[in-house]
Design a protein around this ligand. Structure first.
Ligand code: GCB
Length: 624
C-alpha cells in the first residue's frame, strides 16, 4: 500500500487534529460516568441475551431526562423519584406521586427500530425509554460482566439498577459497559434512553437521503468473562506468496507474561506467546498449505485462541488486497468488482432496519443472484451478521462511516465522533476477509476544512489497519467550458487508494442518451471505481423508455450507462444505486415516491424491476 500523500491544500491538518484531540479530551474529562467501550471479542464470548420485548415510554419532551429547569436529572445528587424514569420505581403507597410506570407501558421488540413497530412512531424523532428486567445469578469469584449493545441509534444513555453507566453516541457500532459492580443477583432493571434526533454537528448530520430509524436496533446482551480475558484479536495475511500470517491478541486484565495460545487446526498451526506489559501478544506463522479466500472460494478457517480458562473460536479467511497503478489485485490477481449498493433496510415483513441474520442474508442472496462479487454497504456500518455472512458467501465488501454530504467540518467534536465511529467499525470487522475497502465519506463538498477532516480520518484508518484499501465516494464535475468532458478533481483522490465517485449521468445530469457522448479525465494513477449511478422507477409502472419513473426508463438508463463505464480507463468496478427501494422522507412525489427513494433494482415489495435483469445480464458476461 502506498504511503499517504498530502496535498498543499491540507496544511491546517495538524492544527485541526490537535484541536480535535484537545476538545475530545475535554469532553471526556467532563463526563461524570464511565465511557462506553468497544471490546470487539465480547461478541465471541456469547452471553445472556436481553433481546425480546422491552417496556417503553415515548418521551416527547424528554421529561424523564431533564427537570423543569432543563437540567439533566442524572447529574443531580438526589433525582426526583416522581419523574426520573431511570430509577424505575413504583409508588410505595397510595399517596406517593410517581408520574411514569414502565410496568403499565407498552412493549417494543429489541433488536428493532421503533418506527416500524407502532404507527405513531413512524416518523418519530426524539427519545424513547426502554426498560428490561432480567434475572442474574451470582458472579463467580473473579468473574466479570459486561453489558453489550450491537448498536443504538443515535444516542444512548444507559442506567442499570438506577445508576448511570454512561452515554454512547453514534448509531451503527457496538459498545459496552463493564457492570461487574452494578449487576445484582436476582432481578435487575436496565433502562436506556435512546434518542434519534438529528443534529447539525452529528454524524450523520441533519440532511440525509435515508430515514434515520431510531431504537435499540441491534442485539443487547450480558457477557460474562473471567478476570483475564481475550478482548481483541486480529489476523491477516502478509503476502499471498509467502503465505505468512500475522496476528495480535489483546488480553484484558492481564499481567505481563500471561500465556496465550493460537491454533488453526486445519493448517496444523499452534503457537504460544507471553503477553507484554500491555497484555498484548504478536504472532507470525508460515501457513504454506493455506487456501486463499476469494469470492469463488470463500474458504474460512476455524481459529482458536485461548488464555487460561478463556477461549474463543472464530472463522477467518485469508487474502490480500492491494493496488498496482490502476489495477486492483485480489491475492495478486487483477479483479473486477461487480457490485451493488445496499442500505440496511429490508423491504418485506413491515420493512425497517435489518434486525436478523435471515434478512441480512436475503439482501446478500439478491446481490448474488444479480451476479455480484462485491457490495457497497451504504452509508454506515451494517450489522455484524452482514459482514460475517459476506465472508461465508464470498462477497467482497466496501464498508462506510456516515460522513455524508455537508457535515460540520470545522467542529472538533464532530471530528472526534466520526473518528470514533471509524475506529469502532474497523475494530469490529478487521478480521473479515470480505472487507477490502474502508470508505471515509460520501459526496462531501470540496473545501479545505473538509479535506483536512477526511485526511485526518484516512491517517487514523491507516494506523488502525494498513492491510485494506481506503476510498470515499467523491464527485465528478463537467469540465468548465465543455459540455461532455467529465473530470474528477479532488485533493482527497491523492489521499485514498481507489478513486471512487458517484456518477448519475442520465438521471440528475441530462437524459440517458448523454451517456454515449461523455468523455473522462481522471488524472490519477489509481484504480477508478463508480460508487453510484442509477435512476428511479416505480415497479409495475410501464411506458415508453423516454417516460421518467417507468421501469423502461430505468432499464434504458442501465443499457446506456454500462457501455459508457466500460470506456473509463482504469475502471475496476461499480456499485449502482441501489439494490432495493428504501425509505427517504425527502422523496415526496405522490403516486411514485411516497416516501421512498425508488432507485432500487428491487421494489419496496421485493419485486425485481427490468433494470435488475439488464445488470444481471451484463454481470454474467463480465464474469465469463
Ligand atoms: C447519492 C447519495 C445517495 C442518494 C442518491 C440519490 O449520491 O449518495 O445517498 O440516495 O444519490 O438517490 O440521489
Amino acid at each position: 500500500m502506498k504511503p499517504m500523500t498530502c496535498s498543499p491544500q491540507i496544511n491546517p491538518l495538524n492544527r485541526f487534529i490537535q484541536l480535535a484531540i484537545l476538545v475530545a479530551m475535554g469532553l471526556q474529562l467532563a463526563l461524570p460516568v464511565a465511557r462506553a467501550e468497544n471490546i470487539p471479542d465480547l461478541y465471541l464470548h456469547g452471553g445472556q441475551s436481553l433481546d425480546g420485548e422491552w417496556k417503553t415510554i415515548i418521551d416527547h419532551y424528554d421529561s424523564g431526562f431533564y427537570d423543569y429547569r432543563y437540567s439533566e436529572r442524572d447529574l443531580s445528587k438526589n433525582p426526583s423519584r416522581a419523574e426520573t424514569f431511570y430509577l424505575d420505581v413504583q409508588p410505595t403507597n397510595g399517596t406517593e406521586r410517581v408520574e411514569y410506570d414502565f410496568d403499565a407501558s407498552p412493549m417494543l421488540k429489541v433488536p428493532g427500530d421503533w418506527n416500524t413497530q407502532r404507527p405513531e412512531l413512524f416518523y418519530y424523532e426524539g427519545s424513547v425509554w426502554y426498560r428490561k428486567q432480567f434475572a442474574s445469578s451470582p458472579l463467580a469469584a473473579g468473574e466479570r460482566a459486561f453489558l453489550r449493545f450491537g448498536a443504538a441509534n443515535y444516542r444512548a444513555d444507559v442506567y442499570l439498577n438506577g445508576q448511570k453507566l454512561g452515554t454512547h453516541i453514534g448509531g451503527f457500532t457496538p459498545f459496552s459497559f463493564e457492570v461487574t459492580k452494578q449487576l445484582k443477583t436476582g432481578t435487575n432493571s436496565l433502562v436506556v434512553r435512546v434518542n434519534n434526533q438529528r443534529s447539525k454537528d452529528g454524524v450523520p448530520t441533519l440532511n440525509t437521503d435515508w430515514w434515520n430509524y431510531g431504537g435499540l436496533t441491534r442485539a443487547v446482551e450480558i457477557v460474562r468473562t473471567p478476570a483475564t480475558f481475550i478482548a481483541d484479536h486480529r489476523l491477516w495475511l502478509e503476502s499471498e506468496e509467502t503465505k505468512m500470517i500475522s496476528g495480535s491478541v489483546v488480553i484484558a486484565g492481564a499481567k505481563e507474561g500471561e500465556t496465550v495460545e493460537l491454533a488453526i487446526g486445519e493448517l496444523n498451526q499452534k503457537m504460544t506467546a507471553k503477553t507484554d506489559a500491555e497484555g498484548r501478544v504478536n504472532f507470525r506463522m508460515a501457513a504454506t498449505n493455506l487456501s486463499l479466500w476469494s469470492p469463488e472460494h470463500p474458504k474460512l478457517y476455524a481459529v482458536e485462541i485461548s488464555c487460561g480458562p478463556d477461549k474463543i473460536t472464530e472463522s477467518i479467511g485469508f487474502r490480500t488486497i492491494r493496488t498496482r497503478g490502476k489495477e486492483l489485485l485480489l491475492n495478486g490477481q487483477p479483479v473486477f468488482l461487480r457490485g451493488v449498493c445496499i442500505h440496511e433496510e429490508f423491504p418485506l415483513n413491515g420493512g425497517g432496519r435489518v434486525n436478523s441474520p435471515d434478512k441480512a442474508k436475503q439482501l446478500l442472496l439478491w446481490a448474488k443472484e444479480l451476479g455480484c462479487n462485491f457490495v457497497r454497504l451504504a452509508h454506515y456500518p451494517h450489522n455484524e451478521d452482514m459482514t460475517r455472512l459476506a465472508d461465508q458467501l464470498g462477497i467482497m465488501v466496501w464498508s462506510e462511516v456516515p460522513v455524508y454530504w455537508a457535515i460540520d467540518w470545522t467542529n472538533a467534536a464532530t471530528y472526534h465522533n466520526a473518528e470514533q465511529q471509524l475506529t469502532d467499525e474497523i475494530r469490529r470487522d478487521d478480521n473479515r476477509a470480505a472487507i477490502i475497502i474502508w470508505s471515509l465519506a460520501n459526496e462531501t463538498p470540496l473545501s479545505e476544512a473538509r479535506t483536512a477532516f477526511l485526511t485526518g480520518l484516512a491517517k487514523h484508518a491507516r494506523e488502525l489497519d494498513s492491510t485494506r484499501l481506503l476510498s470515499a465516494a467523491m464527485e465528478r464535475h463537467t469540465k468548465s467550458g465543455s459540455e461532455n468532458m467529465n473530470v474528477v478533481e479532488d485533493p482527497l483522490a491523492d489521499v485514498v487508494d481507489v478513486v471512487a465517485f458517484n456518477e448519475y449521468i442520465g438521471w440528475y445530469d441530462g437524459l440517458p442518451e448523454k451517456c454515449a457522448k461523455v468523455t473522462w479525465e481522471i488524472p490519477y494513477d489509481k484504480p477508478v471505481f463508480i460508487s453510484e449511478f442509477g435512476g428511479d422507477s416505480l415497479q409495475g409502472l410501464h411506458g415508453d423508455k423516454a417516460q421518467r419513473w417507468t421501469e423502461e426508463f430505468q432499464a434504458d438508463l442501465y443499457w446506456q450507462t454500462l457501455p459508457m463505464l466500460d470506456k473509463i480507463d482504469g475502471l475496476v468496478g461499480f456499485t449502482p444505486w441501489i439494490l432495493v427501494d428504501f425509505r427517504s422522507p425527502k422523496r415526496v412525489l405522490p403516486g411514485i415516491q411516497d416516501g421512498f427513494n425508488r432507485k432500487g433494482l428491487i421494489s419496496s415489495d421485493g419485486v425485481k424491476k427490468q433494470a435488475f435483469f439488464v445488470l444481471q445480464d451484463y454481470y454474467r458476461k463480465r464474469a465469463e
